[in-house]
Write a protein of this length. Structure first.
Length: 115
């Protein structure tokens, strides 16, 4: 089982990034997917989640209207489109796949927002 995040980087405030989470080793289309982030010295927090069929989506209040979660079950990939990035969005971003007792995490990708 693997979850591999990519797309992070260094951007200026107001810019955009698109994170990807490529899954392998399990039936991706059966799993809910969630993006989390962890800033230095802070607890990991939920950013956005999407159901296996993309019908349900949830967002943290801090990113509503700026971030969009999506998935492509044919490509076994989840996405996090981030617009209007702010310095407080700086963190390591992780994707998580969960179904019943199965719970998988990626290794994370760094997003840094700085002037």
């Amino acid at each position: 089982v693997r979850l591999v995040e990519s797309g992070g980087g260094l951007v200026q405030p107001g810019e955009s990034l698109r994170l990807s989470c490529e899954a392998s080793g399990f039936t991706f289309s059966n799993y809910g997917m969630t993006w989390y982030r962890q800033a230095p010295g802070k607890a990991r927090e939920l950013v956005a989640g999407i159901s296996s069929d993309s019908f349900d989506k949830d967002y943290a209040d801090s990113v509503k209207g700026r971030f969009t979660i999506s998935r492509d079950n044919a490509e076994s990939t989840a996405f996090l489109q981030m617009y209007d990035l702010k310095p407080e969005d700086t963190a390591v971003y992780y994707c998580r796949a969960r179904r019943q007792s199965n719970d998988y995490w990626g290794q994370g990708t760094q997003v840094t927002v700085s002037p």
